[in-house]
Design a protein around this ligand. Structure first.
Ligand SMILES: Cc1cc2nc3c(=O)[nH]c(=O)nc-3n(C[C@H](O)[C@H](O)[C@H](O)COP(=O)(O)OP(=O)(O)OC[C@H]3O[C@@H](n4cnc5c(N)ncnc54)[C@H](O)[C@@H]3O)c2cc1C
Length: 363
């Protein structure tokens, strides 16, 4: 039986590893654009130089899985075509291509490996009077601004957003404000509309209010799009371009195509490794059950909270109900920074070893 996994992020890696362990005769090929597994949850560390997000893909996959560097351009009934023209056959396909960022011109994406690499080298070249602007006040923007400010206290960091931490309760938002203030980050509650980086002049960011300021490095910390692979190849997608799946994480159009992680439209799921990892595991378990002729179990997953780092020494964990609604329970400071680090390590460990457990979803 031939299985192709497209994308070696959290979802694709755990799916391939778990399947390898459960189905003896599966020939599994994982296709990924680069030879590294990228821990996207560490891209802000990669940018600031305080951590590294890349691990060789081969070391993340258990023996017997073929790692192939390439990009899948198209898929049809039983085969995929890579951008170099090669064609691979499959009996089952796992689409795990993650999510993407579409920065405004002149800004650099935080949420992609390529963007993070560009940002890291531009930050390294920035002198002591440099100005960094982070656009986006979600958890990614907060983590990115904090990480840079903590690692590079010599540069000025601004965070621009209409709202800071919209998924956090008011108390947690105040705690984040305090942490950003301590790190010397200026929070500008506005909407960035354009970046002017014409040659010869110092780049500027323009806000909806008309205000303008110099910005030597402008980072786009909004992750709102998904690769159009599923849509382009005829799968039913929702308004955001995520593939619509059944209760078992299979495309509603093809029972032999699983779609998992950020690119799957799973009701109630938030874009996160906390979501992608159990989806990858469950899809592999489902395929093992199909092969063994056993009854399938619908996918079910519950959340425990949201965790964010505020530099390496501070953090915040906000507990949630299993349906992801926030609870008035939180942890902050060094203990929260350690908790966040532990969660990040667990997601990677789970992907690499296929040993991963999660909470069942709300009743
Ligand atoms: C800075 C930052 C901090 C974050 N912090 C957290 C956090 O604290 N907690 C949390 O839960 N989540 C966090 N996230 C979100 C989390 O990283 C993502 O939700 C998660 O990575 C999704 O996993 P995935 O496996 O679906 O996709 P990804 O990890 O994005 O992996 C998808 C893979 O598919 C590859 N691919 C894409 N197209 C193709 C193609 N055509 N052919 C072959 N391969 C392809 C990609 O290159 C990539 O390697 C953070 C994200 C960022 C950017």
């Amino acid at each position: 039986m031939k299985v192709i996994v497209v994308g070696a992020g959290y979802a694709g890696t755990i799916a391939a590893n778990r399947l390898r362990k459960k189905v003896d005769d599966a020939q599994i090929v994982v296709v990924n654009p680069r030879a590294d597994f990228v821990e996207r949850v560490r891209l802000h560390e990669q940018i600031a130089g305080s951590g590294t997000a890349a691990t060789p893909m081969a070391s993340m996959l258990v023996d017997g899985i073929e790692a192939r560097v390439g990009t899948v351009d198209a898929f049809g009934d039983g085969s995929v075509t890579l951008s170099d023209g090669s064609v691979l056959d499959y009996d089952y396909l796992f689409i795990a291509v993650g999510s993407d960022a579409t920065p405004t011109p002149g800004a650099v994406a935080v949420g992609t490996w390529e963007g993070a690499q560009t940002a890291r080298s531009e930050l390294e070249m920035l002198g002591a009077d440099g100005v960094v602007t982070v656009i986006g006040g979600g958890l990614t923007g907060i983590e990115t601004a904090s990480e840079i400010a903590a690692a590079r206290p010599d540069v000025k960091v601004r965070l621009v957003s209409d709202r800071l931490g919209p998924s956090l309760l008011a108390g947690a938002q105040r705690r984040v404000h305090k942490a950003l203030d301590r790190l010397g980050i200026e929070v500008v509650e506005d909407h960035a509309v354009a970046v002017d980086d014409s040659a010869g002049a110092r780049p500027t960011v323009r806000l909806r209010s008309g205000q303008e300021f110099a910005s030597d490095l402008t980072l786009w910390a909004i992750i709102g799009t998904v690769p159009d692979l599923a849509a382009r190849n005829g799968l039913t997608v929702n308004r955001e371009g995520r593939a619509v799946v059944d209760d078992y994480l299979r495309s509603v159009d093809h029972p032999n195509i699983f779609v998992i992680g950020d690119c799957a439209a799973v009701p109630g799921a938030r874009l996160s490794c906390a979501t992608a990892t159990p989806q990858g595991a469950h899809a592999a378990d489902t395929l093992a059950r199909i092969i063994e002729g056993r009854t399938l179990k619908p996918y079910s997953m519950g959340y425990a909270g949201q965790a964010l780092s505020l530099g390496r020494k501070d953090g915040l964990v906000q507990a949630s109900r299993r349906d992801d609604t926030p609870r008035h329970l939180r942890l902050s400071g060094r203990a929260a920074a350690i908790a966040k680090e532990t969660i990040s390590r667990y997601a990677k460990y789970g992907s690499r070893t296929a040993n991963y457990t999660w909470l069942p979803g709300p009743q």
